[in-house]
Structures are given as C-alpha cells and as structure tokens.
Design a protein around this ligand. Structure first.
Ligand code: UN1
Length: 497
C-alpha cells in the first residue's frame, strides 16, 4: 500500500520553493502495522535560518499582492485538496492511524478551511468610523504580522495546519511550518499542492524535525514574529515564556479534559452514541475527546449498562480497513502514558468496567492498540478525572444535581469543550452560559468543531487566542488605525474640537 501511494523514500524540507535534502533522518511508522512508511529529515537551526530568510523575501512581495488575488491561489489549493481527498485520507490514516472515515473527515476540514479563508480574501474587514474633526477620515485595517511560525501536532496533521496556514497566507504573511515528526506526509503532500496551485516560492516553507531542535530554533529566531502552536501544555508554556521574553506574539492550543454531562431527563440512547463517538473516535487522541462523563445519579446505572453494551460493538484494528471503528494509538510512548493512567485510576479507587489493556497478538501484534476503556465511580478529584490521558479512556462521575454537574465540569485546569444532554430548555441556556469552555455542545458529544467557528478554550487550554473562524485572522494580523486629514491645515485632535 505504502509503495503505491507514496513514491518517495525520503522526504525533503521545502525551502524557497525547492526541495532541500536532509542529513539525518528518522522513520515514519504506520502505527497500525509498525512498518516504516518513509524517512523524515531531522533538521536543525541552519534549516530554520534558511527558511526564515526565504520567508522574509517572499513576504515583502506577497503582502503587496491584493488579497483577492492571494485568494485565487488558495481556491486552487482547496480544489487540488478536493481532487486528492481520497489519496490524502489514505496517507493520513497510514501515518496517523485514525480510521479512514475520520481521515476523510479531517481532509474535508482542510478543504473547507481553504475555501472559507479564500472567501476572506474579498473581506478581511476593518472598520471605517467618523473622526473627531471635520475633513478627516478614520479607519482601521488589518496588516500582516510578517514571517510567522506554525508548529502543528500529529493528531490532526492536515486540519490544524490548515486552520493556521490559510488565515496566515490570506492575510499576507509568509510561513515557516514545522509539522510533527510522526506525521510529515500530509505536509509533504501539501508542498506539492502549493507548487501546483502557483503559491510563490517562500510563502510557505516546511522544515521537518524535532521540537527541541526545529521548534526551539523557530521560537528563538528574531525573524519570526509570531508562533502559533498546538500541542502539550508543558511545551506551550515554555514557548509562551520565551515568546514573552522576546515580546513575540504567541497563540496556543493545549488540549482539554472534556466532559459530557448526562442529566436525568436526557435521551439516553442519543447520549450513549455521543459518548462513544467522542470518547473513542480517533482512539481518544483529540484535544476535544470526551474523557469524563458527568452523569445524574438517577440515570447512572442505565447509562453505564448501555455504554458497556455498545462498546462491545467497537471493532479495533488498521484504520484502512473500513470495518474498523477504532484505530491504533500513535506510538509506544502514547501507549505507555495510557497504561500509566490505567494504573493510576485503579490505585485511586475508580472501578474498571471494561478495557484497560493493550491489545496484542494476531493482526494487532505489530501495531499500538489499546482497548476502549470505561471506569466508573470516579470522583472529581482523581487524577484520571483531571489530567489529559489522550487515549480511549473515559471515566464516569456521578452527581446529584445540574448545579453539581456544572461545578464538576468546570473544576479542571482545562477549558476546551463540554457537552450536555438534557431536554430542558432552561438547563440548556444556563449550561451554555455557565460551562467554562471555549466550545459547548447541546445534545451532541464533545467533538466535531466546524471550521468557520472559533476553536480554542479557556484556562490551561490556551492563552486567549483562537484557531479557525474569522477569529484566526486576529492572530495573523495586526490592527492598524489610519487617519487621513483632508482639511489642508494642522488639526489637533483632542484640542481643536
Ligand atoms: C484537535 O483535537 O486538536 O472538533 C482538533 C474536533 C475536530 C478537531 C479536533 N474538528 O474534534
């Protein structure tokens, strides 16, 4: 399969519109089979320097291309992604492991983002406003930030890159992109698409390598004016403190501990479907994955029973096989982290109802598989109820009231996504007001954010910025206030009126 889909045996950095060979490499492993798919360069500071030089040159000219003309190229990028959707989805499943249906869904997110941001090429709205003085015109316009650095994770290698790179380029920036070393193939496929769509050289540069080398060099480079990062909380904090020291703009998205609340008046069957999809889809490796179920005590037993029954129907295996509903975990480190949390949960006194083990043997032998897992009788203060596990593990916490459910939901350091199942309209509106997360769902699970709405969260999830939506433009632009005095004399604001 890999030979047929991908001809290259080694990937190359993409700098100034040219493929530049790497010196040292590591293998990209298909987590479903343990097989090596391709070699990815492990670059260093010199490659980042070259990428920034190229981006700087390109950005000057790109910023002068009228935004509707930049959009023409972005429309072409979207059209090529659409044309290659199946190829991209298959390669995505091979490098990331998510089941092919989800691979297609993710590529679609990227396509949607391309067309949506291309539309912004004819908007990029600023404001005009009356001036304080006569014969004077006042307006605010969006200006590009300059050369921007984007650092993207392995769990959504094409969607998250699209949320960041497309608003960046439509606004007239040039990009240095470090994709996750686990999933570089999506970036490589995108470089071919940029070329074919006619994106001028240097507008997007791709440098492969580790966070410690390439990421660090980007964060420290004074030619990069902004870092947009999605990844772990620890790395995000380190990036933010270094960017703070340099007064570099920084936008962070760092995960969640998302809960589905099931009230006593909920449609239980619908809630079960929502929980299964958002807890075990992408093997729980979404920032938005449901890893807590906060259930009203009156329906706890019924919900538990129905979740358990439905979990039995989850087929686990290689995501390229359409039969499978749950794919592998990204790598051994991911698997080890999940295993550690199973032991923590047991030690804390949560009751393991299902799963809790690595799946080995037969067709699972060479990949990294973990059984979908359900804990019950968890309490809000347990580590499994507070810390991000990033795997197919969900814990049930029982509560006595709506108010307690909201309190438990909000009692974690993260604030990305939350959900409530209820039939009571008053509870719906109170919940959307009081749930302290950047995304709230009613009668749906915690996943499935749409690209034209802001994506991000409160507290430890981020630092106040949002990916996707028009809000992403606020990250990738500076506001400039422009005053045009056409009175022919010096008018002094705050004095001459
Ligand atoms: C992520 O997990 O970082 O809402 C992104 C969702 C997807 C994106 C998830 N559209 O679950």
């Amino acid at each position: 399969m890999s030979e047929k889909l991908l001809e290259e045996q080694k990937l190359s950095n993409y700098i100034d519109g040219k493929y530049v060979d790497g010196k040292t490499f590591r293998s990209v492993i298909n987590p479903a089979t343990g097989e090596s798919i391709v070699e990815v360069p492990l670059s260093g500071k010199d490659s980042v320097d070259a990428a920034v030089d190229s981006a700087k040159k390109a950005q000057k000219e790109w910023a002068l291309v009228p935004a509707p003309m930049r959009a023409e190229i972005l429309y072409k990028i979207g059209a090529l992604m659409k044309e290659r959707k199946e190829r991209l989805a298959q390669l995505l499943t091979m490098e990331n492991g998510k089941v092919i249906e989800e691979g297609r869904g993710e590529v679609q997110e990227g396509i949607d983002m391309a067309f949506y941001m291309a539309g912004e090429g004819r908007r990029l709205f600023g404001q005009t406003t009356p001036a304080e003085l006569n014969n004077k015109f006042a307006m605010s316009v969006r200006a590009p930030v300059g050369v921007v650095g984007i650092i993207t994770p392995w769990n959504f290698p094409i969607a998250i890159a699209s949320w960041k790179s497309f608003p960046a380029i439509i606004a007239g920036n040039a990009v240095v992109w470090k994709p996750a070393t686990e999933t570089p193939i999506m970036a490589h496929e995108m470089t071919k698409i940029y070329e074919e769509a006619g994106l001028p050289k240097g507008v997007i540069n791709v440098v492969y390598g580790s966070g410690g080398d390439v990421g660090d060099a980007m964060v420290h480079h004074d030619g990069i004016k902004l870092i947009s990062f999605t990844g772990s909380n620890d790395t995000g904090r380190n990036i933010a403190s270094e960017c703070g020291r340099q007064l570099k703009k920084v936008s962070l998205e760092m995960g969640g501990k998302n809960a589905v609340i099931v009230m006593d008046d909920a449609d239980i069957e619908l809630a079960v479907e929502g929980i299964l999809w958002s807890a075990f889809g992408t093997s729980g490796q979404r920032c938005t994955a449901c890893s807590r179920v906060i259930v009203h005590e009156d329906v706890k037993e019924q919900l538990e029973k129905r979740i358990l029954e439905e979990m039995k129907g989850l087929t686990i295996g290689d995501g390229l096989d359409e039969e499978n509903k749950v794919g592998p975990i990204i790598n051994k480190a991911g698997l080890d982290k999940i295993k550690k949390y199973i032991e923590i949960g047991k030690g804390e006194g949560a009751r393991l109802l299902e799963g809790g083990y690595e799946i080995t043997g037969g067709k699972h032998e060479k990949g990294y598989y973990f059984a979908p897992t359900l804990f019950t009788d968890a309490t809000k203060d347990m580590r499994i109820s507070k810390e991000e596990i990033f795997g197919p593990v969900v814990s049930l916490i029982s509560v006595k009231s709506f108010e307690e459910a909201i309190e438990v939901n909000n009692g974690v350091t993260y604030g990305l996504s939350s959900s409530i199942f209820t039939a009571d309209v008053n509870r719906v509106f109170k919940a959307q007001r009081d749930l302290d997360t950047g995304i709230v769902y009613v009668n749906a699970g915690t996943t499935g954010a749409e690209i034209h709405l802001p994506f991000g969260g409160t507290k430890g999830t981020g630092n106040g910025h949002r990916d996707s939506g028009v809000q992403a433009l606020d990250v990738f632009t500076e506001w400039k206030a422009v005053y045009v005095d056409y009175s022919g004399k010096l008018q002094r604001a705050q004095i001459d009126n």
